[in-house]
Design a protein around this ligand. Structure first.
Ligand code: BGC
Length: 765
């Protein structure tokens, strides 16, 4: 049974009732972020129950010294941990001398949380009977400004119901925080100073080793029945790590007293270290100038703008609608595309797991979402991120024994250095190089931007192609090039030979490089001369590459007519997943690793990942055959799995199956399919959910510089719409029962194809 406490609603995530054992899951689900920082839905006030505290700052990490049982040459020195940052949301509360704590109240009634995705707001309300018998009504609103991205705001209302009350608010900022996931139980933050300036508090701290400096700041105001009060703090204290103010308010029964808190972070990645306090004061003065209500209006407007482009509407299926909006909301909270140094971590700002920030997830799954719903610049920034880390990828290749400019991009990284340390993944899960090259192709195919490859992309493609050329070896037995000792996307078998997907990526990357060398040589000769001088690329090397690419081995079963996932795949027991008992699933929690590795069960699309990237190189019959062979063996225990299968099922016209996969990907966290939502959300797979609608049900493809659609409506839906930012014009696709229509914001008519029939869309807006 999956979790089902989230109330279906088209625009909000809603929880009703206070259940202590749901607190950690809800802290993940109700997380908020603004691209620059993020915050789990921890309570502002003290909570003595089970909780997972998390506040995160984009790009700020700690290199936690690697801990492994048996060191292998080539392992990285550290794993980049996403840091739990100092607390800015904290407001401890005392009511008539009692510390307020939801965990110890006599009763909590009408508890409700609402994550208002339309406006980017998190609300919490409840009534509580305190141990003393006093009943209070509470409403809390919090948001991270999408506008001023160093700022967060909180409004905390308390109304005593059955008696007068003395309410003491103790807002604080505090750098004494820990990570749950720390290899050596170390503290990651070193306090530098704390300062009180009038009613503003600042705590400056630096990360050990990486020396990021952060000032966490706050300022508070008190209101009674909605009017600002001239109430000065009765106490203001600072320790090495913390600043805390005390505000005391005496109110009558049914009077509402409010604390408004502005807080947030300024970081040395954006400001000089010695000007951080000034920068924080500056953010606070901008916030004060606008005031809470204006900030709220701006927040709503900023989100309205995001939704204007990114929204997908679904008619007739509230759960599916809620699912896709939740995914789109979280993706926008995680990465705004404003800062090319940042990327999209698998957990975004919702948990510590996976550390690092960048996996192959970005190129294989996330790029299309940002490319189509934002502008070209944002997608280009994601590609530039890898270009800027090319030297480190070449160093990484050298560390493993490759040479002459062969680049192996890391499995997980923050700054270009490898952070992952399991040999079967770090050294062998090399299909990530394929994803990075494919993303360049995908970007050029969609945007038509021909300048990226000569300016930056060709060097990346060359480094990657050089790696593949060196990674294969000639087999005298097969008289072809083979690739030994790899792990494909399916991490449920390691160290296999001739993983189809890896071999396919290798061949495709080398061929694409050769094609692009010709393109740049002919059309951008100056760029070519610059790149040739820098990389020592020679005709002899390219000729060798051509020979290798033409002779890559692919395991194939003549009898079944399918490509094999790896050389030994058919030796396995091929009992389909449907015959496993429920008690055995998920196998990664129920079976030993040894048993998993020997089984035929597939974690996520592997052969089918190639069919997804390179769809146009296979026939529909081939897709069907491979889908029918591999999907029944797939357990979908990676969040990245259902979306690819949903797209392929839709392409094959299997709408019921496509719909089931869609629900699984879009509600993976809301319904907690993988039973781990308390650790954080699966952000990168959320982009896969978006692909399931646009590429799956919408059937969108780009061929020869034009958009093609094959819209297919799941039976459960009345219709759906989405928007595509295609080469500076915005096309709205409206799919209804029996017809697909378009609206175009732009200046030029746009030719698109619907089931291969040409449709000319005139600009209408
Ligand atoms: C998947 C990988 C993915 C990683 C981060 C793993 O469970 O198997 O493909 O890169 O999660 O999302």
């Amino acid at each position: 049974m999956n979790q089902d406490y989230i109330i279906p609603n088209a625009w909000s995530i809603i929880e009703e009732g206070f259940e202590k054992d749901r607190v950690k899951s809800s802290e993940s689900l109700f997380s908020i972020g603004n691209g620059a920082m993020g915050q789990r839905a921890n309570f502002e006030e003290f909570y003595s129950g089970d909780t997972f505290q998390g506040s995160y700052i984009a790009g700020v990490y700690y290199p936690d010294k690697t801990k492994v049982g048996w060191w292998k040459n080539g392992y990285p020195e550290y794993f980049a941990k996403v840091l739990n940052a100092p607390v800015w949301i904290g407001i401890d509360i005392e009511i008539n001398g009692e510390k307020f704590d939801l965990n110890t109240c006599k009763e909590v009634k009408n508890f409700r949380r609402e994550l208002n995705m339309k406006e980017g707001l998190l609300d919490r309300s409840f009534m509580a009977i305190l141990p003393s018998g006093l009943e209070i009504e509470v409403f809390v609103r919090r948001f991270l400004s999408a506008d001023l991205d160093e700022l967060g705001a909180i409004k905390y209302d308390i109304k005593p119901i059955n008696g007068d009350a003395k309410i003491v608010f103790k807002p604080y900022v505090d750098a004494a925080v820990k990570n749950e996931d720390a290899n050596w139980e170390e503290i990651f933050w070193e306090p530098i100073s704390s300062e009180i300036k009038g009613e503003q508090g600042f705590v400056q701290a630096r990360t050990f080793k990486t020396h990021f400096e952060v000032v966490t700041f706050m300022q508070n105001k008190i209101l009674v029945n909605g009017s600002y009060q001239q109430i000065a703090p009765t106490n203001a204290v600072n320790t090495e790590t913390k600043v805390e103010f005390t505000y005391e308010v005496e109110v009558k029964a049914n009077d509402t007293t409010t604390i408004e808190k502005f807080g947030g972070y300024v970081v040395s990645t954006n400001h000089p270290k010695n000007e951080l306090i000034n920068a924080a004061e500056n953010v606070l003065s901008q916030a004060n100038e606008q005031g809470y209500e204006q900030l709220l209006i701006n927040q709503k407007e900023a989100w309205a703008k995001i939704w204007e482009m990114a929204d997908i509407t679904i008619e007739g299926d509230t759960k599916a609608q809620q699912g896709i909006r939740f995914n789109i909301f979280q993706l926008n909270q995680t990465y705004s595309g404003k800062d090319a140094r940042l990327n999209i971590g698998p957990k975004g700002f919702t948990g510590e797991k996976y550390g690092g920030s960048t996996y192959w997830d970005t190129e294989a799954y996330c790029l299309p979402f940002y490319m189509v719903t934002k502008n070209q610049e944002v997608a280009r920034n994601l590609l530039m991120y890898r270009f800027n880390q090319l030297d480190k990828a070449i160093e990484n290749g050298e560390k493993l024994g490759f040479n002459k400019g062969a680049a192996l991009y890391p499995m997980v990284t923050m700054n270009g250095e490898e952070c992952h340390n399991e040999w079967e993944i770090t050294f062998e899960e090399i299909h990530r190089n394929g994803a990075i090259a494919f993303a360049i192709y995908n970007y050029v195919r969609f945007t038509g931007d021909q300048t990226y490859i000569p300016e930056a992309g060709l060097e990346v493609l060359l480094g990657i192609a050089r790696f593949w050329k060196q990674r294969v070896n000639w087999s005298n037995d097969k008289k072809q090039y083979v690739m030994l000792g790899v792990t494909g996307p399916n991490e449920y078998e390691n160290n296999v030979n001739n993983n189809f997907h890896s071999n396919y990526c290798a061949q495709w990357c080398m061929n694409y490089l050769l094609e692009q060398v010709e393109n740049v040589k002919t059309n951008y000769p100056e760029d070519f001369a610059r790149i040739a001088a820098k990389t020592n690329i020679t005709d002899a090397e390219l000729a060798e590459m051509k020979e290798v690419a033409a002779n890559i081995y692919f395991p194939f079963s003549e009898e079944l007519g399918i490509y094999l996932q790896q050389d030994g795949f058919l030796d396995k027991d091929l009992t389909p997943v449907s015959e496993l008992s429920k008690e055995e699933r998920p196998i990664n929690q129920k079976w030993s690793w040894d048993r998993i590795l020997r089984s035929a069960y597939i974690k996520q699309a592997d052969v089918l990942q190639s069919f997804y990237y390179f769809e146009d190189q296979f026939s529909k019959e081939q897709l069907e055959k491979h889908f029918d062979f591999y999907e029944p063996l797939t357990v979908h225990e990676s969040s990245l799995s259902p979306c690819v299968h949903s797209i392929q099922a839709a392409t094959l016209g299997r709408m019921e199956q496509a719909y089931t996969f869609y629900l699984r990907t879009s509600r993976l966290d809301l319904d907690d399919y993988n039973k781990e939502v308390h650790e954080g959300l699966h952000i990168t797979s959320m982009a896969g959910t978006w692909m399931s609608i646009v590429e799956g049900f919408g059937g969108m493809r780009v061929k020869n510089d034009q958009l093609y659609f094959e819209p297919r409506l799941p039976e459960q839906w009345e219709g759906f719409t989405f928007k595509v930012n295609f080469r500076h014009q915005i096309l709205k696709v409206i799919v209804n029962k029996g017809e697909t229509t378009f609206e175009l914001e732009g200046t030029e008519p746009l030719e698109v194809y619907v089931f291969d029939q040409k449709v000319v869309v005139q600009p209408s807006i």
